[in-house]
Design a protein around this ligand. Structure first.
Ligand code: PHE
Length: 448
């Protein structure tokens, strides 16, 4: 089977950044920072993005580029015992994780769609919507959440059906510049709020006493989530990469851009959240409760808000497409079925799973108020994801021959690549497993 490639280098960057940049940066990052006390956590997160996230991203892109397969086939082609390497189980688990994560990602994307529609209605008729009430009504309505998640998944399916090139390059290329401008305008506005000083202190002043025993695992989980590593997504994207492309350079650019975008998101959300006295900072509703009232207070507010939520929706769409693309390309490689069948079957499966987060408030009532969405997010992103990412790192370091890894990393024309190689090996072999192991121990300690 011939493999489609990226038409342009720009196309690859757009798709990879489009997959990395999404709800993780604008929705998850602020509330996880709020939950873990601010500055010290932000510092930990940036540090781990460089010493763990970046090496993991290089490993996944490299695996895809060398094996020219998606994660399940690529891991089964690793030593020992290719083509039935025991590492194939790591590949399978990462695809399973993508499937489950997409099901709740689709529900949150549905929230974004709902707010987009609310802003548009507000622009047309000014009925004066209240973000907290809107969010409360939405999260307690399982059918509505399910309906919105279905719309989102159908849109994603249609795009993925068109194949990687036309699908991803066109959509993401159009989105990025518009969102960059919008975010820049918003940062200028939020930084002129009276609470801006407090927000900057909260985000950048490291008070280590605010960290908890759980914070390390939260930081690792979020680094993997926001950079899309551990899901096999980047293996698929790497498999479409041209031979000429230097993987570590690409990974470095993606990491820096994604991290800067998260920090900018923090600078937009926290001044607004801190100026509303009743706002709790550690809740998944943070983005949806705090930002809309601020957007409405701006001149042309409803339309400005609609533009913001449209861009946010497109960002979450491109991330969802990345997730769906992993599931589809793996099913195609594995079962040798055509793209159309693989896409509809995977989409239907994800939709079925999306019932759990959609009806989470109903389930919460049945289980006397336990927080289903938070529990799901905690188990998937903080526990499963770091373990799978570390297992993938192990598979790359032990299943790819040393010479291939070295050839994948070192480019003789780039002096830095020669000097950085041992650091990458050290990070993958030691930093990743030891940090994940230590974080899990701290987590267990926090339960006692
Ligand atoms: N990185 C995306 C985000 O931050 C989420 C994602 C994970 C997308 C894995 C694709 C694959 O929103």
């Amino acid at each position: 089977m011939t493999r489609a490639g990226w038409k342009t280098r720009f196309g690859f960057y757009m798709a990879a950044v489009g997959s990395a940049f999404g709800l993780g940066n604008l929705w998850r990052f602020p509330y996880v920072v709020g939950e873990n006390g601010g500055g010290a956590f932000v510092l930990l997160y940036v540090f781990l993005a460089l010493v763990m996230g970046l090496p993991l991203l290089i490993g996944e892109l490299m695996l895809g580029k060398i094996k020219r397969r998606s994660v399940m086939m690529a891991t089964s082609l690793l030593e020992p015992a290719a083509p039935r390497s025991p590492y194939r189980w790591v590949g399978r688990l990462s695809v399973l994780l993508s499937l489950v994560v997409l099901s709740y990602y689709a529900v949150i994307s549905g929230w974004v769609l709902h707010f987009l529609v609310q802003f548009m209605i507000e622009g047309l008729s000014r009925f004066g919507f209240e973000s907290q009430i809107t969010l409360g009504a939405l999260t307690s309505n399982g059918l509505l959440q399910m309906g919105l998640a279905s719309v989102h998944l159908i849109v994603s399916i249609v795009i993925v059906l068109k194949g990687v090139q036309e699908g991803l390059e066109k959509w993401v290329g159009a989105l990025m510049p518009a969102f960059a401008i919008l975010m820049a305008v918003l940062v200028v506005k939020t930084l002129s709020l009276p609470s801006a000083g407090d927000a900057i202190r909260f985000l950048f002043y490291p008070d280590f006493s605010k960290l908890t025993l759980q914070s390390l695992l939260f930081a690792i989980g979020h680094v993997c989530f926001t950079l899309s590593v551990g899901f096999g997504t980047m293996v698929t994207f790497g498999s479409y990469l041209s031979d000429k492309e230097h993987v570590p350079t690409a990974a470095f650019r993606i990491t820096i851009l994604d991290t800067v975008l998260s920090l900018v998101a923090g600078l937009v959300i926290f001044p607004v959240a801190l100026s509303a006295s009743h706002q709790t900072l550690q809740d998944p509703g943070l983005l949806f409760e705090s930002l809309p009232s601020f957007l409405l207070s701006l001149p042309g507010g409803p339309w400005f808000g609609a533009m913001f939520f449209l861009c946010l929706y497109l960002a979450s769409l491109s991330a969802s497409i990345g997730l769906l693309e992993v599931i589809v390309s793996n099913t195609m490689d594995w079962k040798k079925v055509p793209r159309t069948r693989a896409t509809w079957t995977s989409g239907a499966l994800v939709l079925g799973l999306a019932m759990i987060p959609s009806f989470s408030s109903h389930l919460a009532q049945a289980s006397r108020g336990s927080r289903v969405l938070e529990t799901l997010d905690f188990v998937l992103i903080n526990l499963c994801l770091p373990l799978i990412a570390a297992a993938l790192a192990y598979a790359v370091m032990h299943g790819l021959p040393k010479s291939e890894r070295e050839r994948g990393f070192v480019d003789q024309d780039l002096v830095e690549s020669v000097s950085m190689y041992p650091y990458w090996v050290g990070a993958m072999k030691w930093v990743v497993p030891l940090t994940v192991g230590f974080a899990l121990l701290l987590q267990v300690a926090s339960w006692f």
